[in-house]
Structure formats: C-alpha cells, structure tokens
Write a protein that binds this ligand. Structure first.
Ligand code: SAM
Length: 216
C-alpha cells in the first residue's frame, strides 16, 4: 500500500500541500525531512501521510499537515529566531519549527503528551527544543521576548500576555473564535510596538484551555 512507504507518503503529501497553495520551499523541505508516521500510534501509520488531523491521546490531535504548513509559512521564520509554541501535542509542528531556527520553546498542558514528545524529539536528534508542562496561554516570560509565537489551540480572545512577549518586528499566528470554528489570525508587531492583524484562513482547533483561554 502506497501510504505505508514513508518516502512515497511524504512526496504525496508535499504534492497535496503545493496544490493547496503552500509555496515556501523551506517549509516543504521540512515536510520532506520529518517522518509524520513517527508522531502517531502504530495503528495509524497508514493514515499518517493523509492531509488529516489524527488522535494522539489525552483527547487531543496532531494537526492537519496543511494547517501546520500554512501556520509555519505565515510565521516567516528566519534562521536565528527564537520561537514560542503553545500546544506541543505530538511534537510534529515543533519538529518542523526546530528544523529551521535557533531555538523553540514549547509548552503543553498535558504532561503525558509533553513527555512523549520530548522523548521522541530527543531520539530524533533535536537539541534546540526546550519543553515545559503548564499553561501556555500565559506564555513563558522568563525566555521572552520571542521573534515568533505560534498557538496551536483555539483561543476565545487575544491573550495579551502573549502579545506582550512578542518582540518588536515579531509575528504571532493564533486561531481565535468559538469552540467549533476559528479564524487563523496573524498579528504583526512593528518596530514601535504597534500591532496590526489579518485573518489568513478558517480553521478548527481543539480549545486553548487556561488563564487566557477557555475554562477547563
Ligand atoms: N501542533 C500539535 C501537533 O502537531 O501535534 C498539535 C497541537 S493540538 C491541536 C493542541 C494542543 O494544545 C493539545 O495538545 C492541547 O493539550 C494543548 N493545549 C491546549 N491548551 C493549552 C494551554 N493553555 N497550554 C499549553 N497547551 C495547551
């Protein structure tokens, strides 16, 4: 079966991402380097290179590859930047980010997901990722400001704690809206600290649970 061959699966997935409008070659190259089947349970290997979200335990999901690619493209990451990711999940998006920047700080509220992702990424040789278990909706002020912030769970309103931790000239990508459907919003902070925003797509994410998110 075609899907059980990771190399064929990756090529097919990259073709789908191009067809859906992803053009950043660095992002597409990262999808060619990260084996998505290693981030899901063995029973789901055959579906790992389909363009779908899949369950990863604790009631959470590994995001749809197109959405991971789109959010990464929207971040416009440069080589030496420092990134904050809220919602480690399986660690797949983390690995993609880790391939082309200096350091990724990633926060996950479920300890078992964070521990699994940490072990997985260490075994894969990623040495530039710092993990934390906790409420990412309040960010990680000790390590800020961040050049880029990516939130991989849906927020009801803009968490101002996160925009406070965004560097001047930085970008944040965050799904915002109700629990069933969100706008994927890009915030840009200019050199004077002024925020502007635009909506890039409609998405469906699990809720951001926490102080600056939804109640548990
Ligand atoms: N990007 C991940 C991947 O590729 O596997 C998928 C992330 S999943 C859609 C969203 C994650 O955000 C879940 O693992 C969830 O537990 C986590 N989450 C929700 N609220 C959070 C919070 N306040 N702080 C940290 N993580 C949170």
């Amino acid at each position: 079966m075609e899907h059980l061959n990771p190399a064929i699966g990756r090529r097919r997935l990259i073709r789908i991402l191009r067809e859906k409008g992803i053009t950043d070659e660095q992002v597409l190259d990262a999808f060619d380097k990260v084996d998505r089947h290693l981030f899901v349970d063995g029973a789901m290997y055959a579906q790992a290179y389909d363009d779908n979200a899949l369950p990863i335990g604790s009631g959470q999901t590994i995001s749809q590859p197109y959405v991971v690619a789109l959010m990464t493209e929207l971040l416009q990451i440069k080589k030496d930047e420092k990134i904050l990711e809220i919602g480690t999940g399986s660690g797949f998006q983390t690995a993609i980010l880790g391939r082309f920047t200096r350091r990724v700080y990633t926060i996950e509220r479920h300890r078992e997901l964070s521990d699994t992702a940490r072990k997985r990424l260490r075994e894969m040789g990623y040495a530039n990722i710092v993990f934390k278990v906790g409420d990412g909706s309040i960010g990680w002020p000790q390590h800020g400001p961040f050049d880029k912030i990516i939130v991989t769970a849906g927020a009801p309103v803009l968490p101002l704690t996160l925009t406070d931790q965004l560097a001047d000239g930085g970008r944040m990508v965050i799904p915002m809206g109700d629990k069933d459907r969100q706008d994927l919003v890009v915030y840009e902070k200019d050199a004077r600290g002024v925020l502007t925003q635009f909506t890039a797509a409609q998405v469906v994410f699990v809720p951001l649970i926490g102080n600056q998110g939804w109640q548990d």
